[in-house]
Design a protein around this ligand. Structure first.
Ligand code: BGC
Length: 477
């Protein structure tokens, strides 16, 4: 019997968390990190419409860097957080990241110049990168193994909710003077809630065991598990995995390369179909399409709602219909929407005859992303790798994801000037077609399948590649 790739997506997670109130409390506090990741990346869209005048961000280059520098901070933050979560604990790292969020929120809100906003956004990025890594890790280490797979989708739901709230804040503050300062500033509240809330949360049992504090780990686990047997089994599993973890060098060995190609491919395609040009520049794109500031901000809220609603649809149906169905179907939908968006910008007569087409395409695009690449990328990278190499392999895929996110966000406005708006959206559509080909030919179905079956399909030989022993039967779900 093999380890099932994942036991369920978010549905089971939410059910179990509702049943176990203590668990729900911890998950919610820890998930503020994911929520702030969404908020701080999404808020720039509306804020940019106003701040570019106040801070003199005259060129495309200045605006793009203000948006994208947060992503460079995120790559740095994820690296630091990976080290600090092991060294000082996930819990303390999250307390510090809450404080970093608060300082970053004030830094952005009070910025007086281009250089100051760049510094503050980079700083905020440190906390975002940390959240993208440590939040799901901490929650996954506290919840029972049978619902661990759901944490990933739950995190995606928190990110999309953060983006939605950012759009609502952008819209709500639009009529105030100095509004963009408020848009950034209110994020200090959840940042403080994260720092204070985490102060009262336990250490992760896995971290405690790695630090030789097995008795403390046992105490924490017994508060969140139904029986002593469960606690014993899990402690054994944690010890086994910790002592057999693969190194970064193991990832390059022949037997596992193909899995890494799938993981990195998903990371790259998730970004190069242009999701974050829509998330970070939605109001700007809607203004390109003829909207005024307020109309653009109201319509962005529709985009944020669609993102949340279809993420929930995906979470509920991914276990029934499979990952490939949503990945291929969702990416086909978003590619068609990109073609439509290009047609809209290419043809003044279309703009005149169907002025709502740009919004319709953006909504269709976000729907296709939210049911497919949005949750499925994060879910699959937590499913395809054997447990000993999951940590380092996911870290590599996450780095690629942030790196490409930076490249796309940093070049969007320049591209619209260089190859026109339609050219830019058609380029992303081209990447969409490549993505579909990649999914059809290389990405395995992971629903209801064991890791051995997935590895067999990928022609992977992890036993030979990893010199470490596989985990014992008892550790498998
Ligand atoms: C992506 C982010 C994106 C978000 C939008 C996530 O899965 O990794 O880059 O902003 O989805 O919902």
């Amino acid at each position: 019997m093999g380890e099932l790739a994942t036991e369920n997506t978010g549905g089971g997670f939410l059910r179990e968390a509702m049943h176990n109130r203590r668990l729900l409390g911890v998950a919610l506090i820890a998930a503020i990190g994911g929520f702030l990741f969404g908020y701080d990346t999404g808020v720039i869209g509306g804020a940019m419409l106003f701040m570019k005048k106040d801070l003199g961000l005259k060129t495309n280059g200045m605006q793009q860097l203000t948006v994208a520098i947060l992503l460079l901070g995120a790559v740095t933050g994820a690296l630091i957080a990976g080290w600090s979560a092991d060294m000082f604990s996930r819990r303390r790292t999250k307390i510090v990241s809450g404080c970093v969020y608060v300082i970053g929120a004030f830094g952005c809100a009070f910025a007086q110049s281009y250089w100051q906003i760049l510094a503050a956004r980079f700083w905020l990025g440190l906390a975002v990168g940390c959240a993208s890594f440590v939040s799901p890790m901490y929650i996954a280490e506290l919840v029972p193994p049978k619902i661990r797979g759901g944490v990933v989708s739950f995190n995606q739901l928190m990110i999309t909710s953060g983006i939605l709230l950012a759009y609502i804040a952008d819209w709500g503050f639009a009529g105030f003077s100095n509004n963009w300062r408020w848009m950034f500033g209110v994020a200090a509240i959840p940042g403080a809630a994260l720092a204070i809330g985490m102060f009262f949360m336990p250490f992760s049992p896995r971290w405690l065991i790695e630090k030789g504090r097995e008795d403390d780990a046992r105490k924490v686990l017994s508060r969140y598990r139904d029986s002593d047997d469960e606690v014993d089994r899990e402690i054994e599993e944690i010890k086994d995995v910790s002592s057999n973890e693969a190194s970064l060098r193991d990832l390059l060995k022949k037997g596992v390369r193909r899995m890494l190609v799938v993981g990195i491919g998903l990371a790259v395609f998730q970004q190069i179909v242009g999701i974050n040009t829509v998330i970070y520049y939605a109001p700007t794109i809607l203004k390109f399409a003829g909207q005024k500031n307020t109309g653009a901000l109201t319509q962005s809220v529709f985009i944020g709602c669609t993102n949340v609603v279809f993420t929930i649809v995906a979470i509920l149906l991914l276990d029934k219909l499979g990952r490939r169905f949503f990945l291929i179907g969702g990416t086909s939908i978003l590619t068609a929407a990109l073609v439509g968006l290009g047609v809209f910008f290419a043809s003044p007569s279309v703009q005149h005859a169907v002025p709502w087409l740009a919004l319709a395409c953006l909504l269709t695009y976000i729907m296709g992303f939210a049911v497919g690449l949005g949750p499925v990328f994060w879910l699959m990278i937590s499913e395809i790798f054997p447990i000993q190499m999951r940590g380092p392999a996911m870290a590599v895929c996450t780095m690629f994801n942030w790196g490409l996110n930076f490249a796309i966000s940093y070049t969007f406005l320049t591209l619209t000037s260089a190859i026109t708006k339609q050219g830019t959206f058609w380029l992303y559509a081209g990447f969409g077609v490549l993505a579909i080909l990649f999914f059809v030919t290389l990405v395995p179905e992971t629903k209801d399948r064991s890791l051995e079956e997935i590895q067999a399909e990928l022609g992977a030989d992890t036993d030979a590649a990893l010199t470490h022993e596989r985990e014992p039967e008892a550790a498998r779900a």
